[in-house]
Write a protein that binds this ligand. Structure first.
Ligand SMILES: [Zn+2]
Length: 275
């Protein structure tokens, strides 16, 4: 026992260093927790990168439509019983010619979004981008309902209620990201119900083709606003405000306009072609 103790003493710095390394690997990168209202069970999801499209993992639109009903995806992520991946309702796929887009500017009021130490306010960037998206869509004949139009707090439940109160519609939530890893940058696009996948795919693809940036993946995750909406929904993470370079890019109006138009083009395309 004594020899074990002295062995541990001699190697304590080695052990401390190992612990540090383990923590560094385990700490999650995404810190935009405010929007997430995390489900009580795990958040395991599928990550899809459009970069992989040409390789073994091909996520074509047709595959998305053919093989991904809400029922089939409900089995994924099940761990010892019911998980949040089990939708309690089914969401119809996107109708060609849908009339309304619910544009959801993330955060607002006392909810700044992001992490406390970040320099650029997420709630301001999301509202501005959402307004740009709304005017782009209105200019193309779509009806737009915004979940907030100024700096007020709107709860996640209220956002879902607004979305679910309108039929023949889709839901698009606008966010920016943050991370302790200050080098993290790029686009992430999320859907939950299978019906949201075709729109998420087009948004992610349009973003990457309009703006050269890191492809951080098209993913299925159970974020509250896209889990509770009974219409096809997508949550866009349009870049990292904690990355100095990407943050300053997002501060420019032209960048936010380009982001809004890329998302808008994907919506118009989806309206024309259906989901
Ligand atoms: Zn956010």
């Amino acid at each position: 026992m004594l020899s074990l103790f002295s062995w541990l003493r001699r190697r304590r710095w080695l052990l401390l260093f190992s612990c540090f390394l383990t923590l560094a690997v385990v700490v999650p990168e995404h810190a935009d927790a405010a929007r997430r209202k995390r489900p009580t069970q795990g958040s395991r999801g599928s990550k899809r990168s459009l970069k992989k499209k040409s390789g073994r993992a091909s996520y074509s639109k047709s595959k998305g439509r053919r093989g991904r009903s809400a029922r089939s995806t409900s089995r994924r992520g099940r761990r010892g019983g019911r998980s949040y991946y089990t939708p309690s309702f089914s969401v119809p796929s996107i109708d060609r010619g849908f009339s309304t887009v619910i544009v959801d500017a993330g955060h607002g009021g006392h909810d700044n979004g992001g992490v406390p130490w970040q320099r650029i306010s997420e709630k301001e960037m999301t509202l501005d981008t959402a307004q740009r998206l709304a005017s782009y869509l209105r200019g193309r004949g779509l009806r737009v309902i915004m979940t907030r139009t100024d700096d007020t707090f709107v709860g996640l439940g209220e956002r879902v209620r607004i979305a679910n109160a309108t039929s023949n519609s889709i839901f698009v939530s606008i966010h920016y990201n943050s991370a302790p890893n200050l080098l993290a940058r790029g686009f992430e696009t999320y859907y939950f119900h299978a019906a949201g996948y075709p729109l998420a795919y087009r948004i992610h693809r349009n973003l990457l083709s309009a703006i050269p940036n890191e492809d951080r993946g098209l993913r299925r995750r159970g974020f509250y606003v896209i889990r509770g909406t009974r219409i096809p929904g997508v949550l866009c993470e349009l870049g990292y405000l904690t990355n100095a370079q990407e943050g300053s890019e997002i501060l420019s109006r032209s960048r936010r306009q380009a982001l809004a138009e890329a998302v808008g083009r994907a919506i118009v395309e989806t309206r024309r072609e259906g989901g």
